[in-house]
Design a binder for this molecule. Structure first.
Ligand code: LLP
Length: 412
């Protein structure tokens, strides 16, 4: 993955820092993030989009890695921030993101959450349902201010991805089907306080083929001419050597080609990548706690698992893994398992590891997206720290949870 190299002994070096130094300083499990590679990715998105469609902005879907440090990096690179809850809004504001560049999502927002967004001066609120319109009109009754909104459209497109992260099909809980979207648009055009800027579409996540993105642009074009078209996120990341996701540039080419044919030339285009912005910049580090042979398997058990990475349990995502301090050899096929009390707690069902031993450091790459986001306290696990590496330097940006953290909300 980007930012990783090996030293003369075959040990992994992340952002110029030897992996053993990181494990010693921060302990394991730990999520190590290569700052330069996130910044480079952000520029590829922002500059790539601007080169193809100058009136545009790349926005980071912060749900993929919701912490102030990552939001700050992307805000510094000039990206807008997409938030999907009051909590993500608070994290974006704490990171110093410009409120005008915030895009606020959600299919079940309370009036309180919407009020937080309006009061923060969020530039764009995406309308998911008619209740959003009612709530916002109520919130804005006593003000003179205007709120920019987009209407989220469900275009009935089915990308080839896990069902749980497919969002654009008929029957999705997100957005409004085309006829309802037209109704919402008509209603918003008559609103005094809500300024309809345009439309939004997001058809799913970890999409490895470009056709659904082209179809999504065609679908929003059918709704008519607007000032803003937010084309969502969804481009897949390269989790395993076998995965071949399209490049950022190929993705932008396909969408902008359709946009050039079908959207007004002076419209503003927004995109909201999450996973593909951060996934490949993260590496999870674990220690081997036990090696057990039996039942036809070699189980290599580590001191983390579904508490810090739910991608395998929830979406059957496949990851590579390696012993981080020795050259990668052929090795025997091992089951890399976690420490949690269920059999589904497996980081990899089959990965070649050469002579795995207790105490070995294991690296699982491409864990920068949705792992920190979905980390949890199952079995009393303490969520791991997030460590930024850059040019041979390292710093924790999120500390490890402590037992006191676990106790904090438990009343006597
Ligand atoms: N925009 C909207 C409105 C979204 O709902 C999402 C993701 C994105 C943008 C960013 O999509 P991305 O570029 O990351 O694919 N929990 C799942 C992922 C769910 C994605 C939800 N929406 C996981 O851990 O894989």
């Amino acid at each position: 993955p980007p930012g990783t190299t090996q030293d003369a002994t075959g040990a992994l070096v992340l952002g110029g820092v030897p992996v053993a130094e990181l494990a010693e300083t921060y302990g394991t499990p730990a999520l190590v993030v290569d700052e330069a590679s996130i910044r480079a990715r952000a520029r590829r998105y922002a500059d790539g989009l601007a080169a193809r469609w100058p009136n545009s902005r790349a926005t980071f879907a912060s749900k993929a890695f919701p912490c102030t440090a990552v939001n700050r990096l992307l805000a510094e690179e000039g990206l807008g921030i997409d938030v999907a809850s009051g909590g993500e809004l608070a994290l974006a504001l704490a990171a110093g993101a410009d409120p005008a560049g915030l895009v606020v999502h959600g299919n079940a927002r309370t009036e309180e959450e919407l009020r937080l967004a309006v009061d923060a001066g969020a530039g764009t609120i995406v309308i998911d349902n008619f209740d959003d319109i009612d709530k916002l009109e109520k919130i804005l009754t006593d003000t003179t201010s205007e709120q920019g909104v987009l209407v989220r459209v469900t275009p009935d497109i089915r990308p080839d991805t896990h069902e749980a992260v497919s969002t654009g099909q008929n029957g999705s809980k997100f957005g409004l089907l085309l006829p309802q979207a037209r109704e919402a648009i008509a209603r918003l055009r008559g609103s005094d306080r809500l300024r309809l800027d345009g439309v939004h579409v997001h058809v799913g996540s970890q999409i490895l083929d470009l056709e659904p993105f082209a179809q999504a642009v065609e679908a929003v074009a059918e709704l008519g001419e607007f000032a803003v078209y937010d084309l969502g996120g969804g481009l897949g990341a390269r989790y395993t050597y076998a995965d071949r996701p399209p490049t950022v540039e190929a993705y932008l080419d396909v969408m902008v080609d359709v946009a050039k044919r079908l959207l007004p030339a002076d419209a503003r285009i927004l995109i909201e990548p999450g996973r593909s912005m951060v996934a490949e910049s993260g590496v999870s580090l674990y220690r081997v706690v036990s090696v057990k042979r039996g039942g036809g398997h070699t189980f290599v058990a580590v001191n983390g698992g579904m508490g810090d990475n739910l991608e395998v349990s929830l979406y059957q995502q496949r990851f590579e893994a390696a012993i981080a301090t020795r050259p990668t050899g052929e090795g025997e096929l091992c089951r890399l398992v976690g420490r949690h009390c269920e059999s589904g707690d497996t980081l990899s069902a089959g990965v070649p590891l050469e002579d795995p031993r207790v105490g070995d450091l294991i690296a699982v790459p491409v864990t920068g997206a949705y792992t920190y986001a979905l980390s949890n306290n199952y079995n009393g696990a303490r969520r791991p720290p997030v460590v930024f590496v850059r040019d041979g330097a390292h710093r924790a940006v999120v500390r490890r949870e402590t037992y006191a953290d676990l106790m904090r909300r438990n009343l006597p």
